[in-house]
Write a protein of this length. Sequence first.
Length: 150
Amino acid sequence: MRALFSLYDNRYAVTFAADLQQMGWEIVCTEETFSVLEKAKIPAISIEAFTGISENYNIPPTLHPKIEHALTGNDPASRIDLVFDIPYPLTVGSDIGGVTLLALAIKGGKISVLTNADMIEVVKELKEKGIIGDKLREALISKTNVFIAQ
């Protein structure tokens, strides 16, 4: 299982990454979150390493076609199963990359999480049941759709 972290608010990134890793998850993350996890000695893969692209194309690296494939496809070697994305606020700018990640997660039937509070519930359910139940999954999809529609 693999999770992609793209977080404007990194306060709990270490906690959530450590929890997921203890359950066997691999963490892929954007540059800022990668730095936070690296300092905490939490193994992670940068999005640049995951996509194999280090050039700057003046677009968010989360918009790379390999990320779309990982979120909408089912190839176990490249699949991303959960997107934990806390987009930055509109006062900072338009977070097209974050919104796109969340939309692709829903399209691909993956888990979409956009708040720390929801991530607490996701981790709790994974620890207790080993899976995300339909009720929580539907609540996450609903919240994500409302956010995307704004």
